[in-house]
Design a binder for this molecule. Structure first.
Ligand code: HEM
Ligand code: HEM
Length: 250
């Protein structure tokens, strides 16, 4: 998977480099250089995703009339958000692109091996394992939204596409909606556990980087100078996608 912009693992240092000092610290105690990694659209995407996930979870499980109205809104907003992220994965900034963070099985195995020895090679963007986890989470979120569109609760709530299918098909999709939510909880749990592992064991604060957009470089590693696509383009793309989802769902 190649794009016109650099897609090799930029600022990937060897285990030996990583062992010299964790990213963010140098051996003489001075502050390490920081590189710009995540663009604004990716950061806004991520924290909106977390908020909408929480709202969809609460409203889906509490299922009253008002809650389910909110559930339709939060679920549809999440659908627009995930579609946007897929598009941004093709046209967005370097670190946002699938072509940049999807590595083959060899790199993934090497990375897993490094993790087990607590000395994984350093990647500035998503790691080979993290990249595939991102794809799995996005796919599971899309499945959740797609099945929700056809779901029903046997009482008052019907997804906007309920009438397109038979009641049996809707019931079957509702079951998948419920099961896949448990899958999402597991994925979200593994994902946050990984972020905590990096923080506590590897001493790298990935969550902070998702706010600031910056990551410390390992000592001596050059800044790969990622290419950043303007947030205005993301805003236009996001508005178009949100409009299309709104038109489809209401
Ligand atoms: C277009 C988006 C969505 C629509 C139209 C939708 C629709 C529905 C409907 C109709 C139900 C009622 C099913 C029942 O109680 O038998 C439901 C339940 C639920 N939904 Fe969604 N949903 C959407 C997205 C989501 C998302 C993104 C999440 C979570 C991230 C989610 C989580 C849940 C949960 C946890 C339940 C309760 C399941 C249970 O009773 O165990 N939904 N949804
Ligand atoms: C409070 C809980 C959470 C924290 C602290 C957190 C933190 C993070 C961090 C630090 C990253 C970047 C990882 C890296 O450096 O490679 C990330 C990426 C991501 N997270 Fe979370 N996360 C949380 C909850 C969730 C949940 C619940 C989901 C979805 C079920 C989720 C989905 C994603 C996705 C899809 C990405 C990829 C972002 C992108 O490339 O656009 N996160 N998260």
């Amino acid at each position: 998977m190649k794009s016109s912009i650099p897609s090799a693992p930029p600022s990937m240092s060897t285990s030996a480099d990583a062992s010299a000092a964790p990213p963010g610290a140098t051996r003489d105690g001075t502050r390490a250089a920081q590189a710009r990694v995540w663009d604004i659209p990716v950061r806004v995407f991520h924290w909106l995703l977390v908020a909408l996930f929480a709202v969809s979870w609460y409203t889906g499980k509490n299922g009253g009339v008002d809650e389910m109205t909110w559930h339709m809104w939060s679920g549809s907003a999440l659908l627009a958000l995930v579609v946007f992220r897929v598009v941004w994965g093709v046209v967005g900034s370097t670190s946002a692109r699938f072509s940049h963070f999807l590595y083959g099985p060899k790199a993934a195995a090497e990375y897993a091996n490094g993790l087990l020895r607590r000395r994984p090679p350093h990647y500035l963007g998503h790691t080979p394992l993290g990249g595939w986890m991102v794809v799995v989470m996005l796919a599971s979120l899309l499945l959740q939204c797609a099945t929700g569109l056809f779901a029903n609760d046997d009482i008052i709530t019907e997804g906007p596409f309920f009438a397109w299918v038979s009641k049996e098909t809707s019931d079957w999709l509702t079951t998948i909606h419920k099961w896949n939510f448990d899958v999402l909880l597991i994925l979200g749990g593994v994902h946050t556990a990984a972020v905590l592992y990096y923080l506590i064991v590897l001493r790298e604060n990935l969550a902070l980087s998702m706010f600031t957009g910056r990551k410390p470089l390992p000592a001596g590693a050059p800044d790969p100078q990622y290419r950043f696509v303007g947030a205005g383009i993301a805003l236009v793309a996001g508005a178009l996608i949100a409009g299309a989802v709104y038109a489809l769902v209401w």
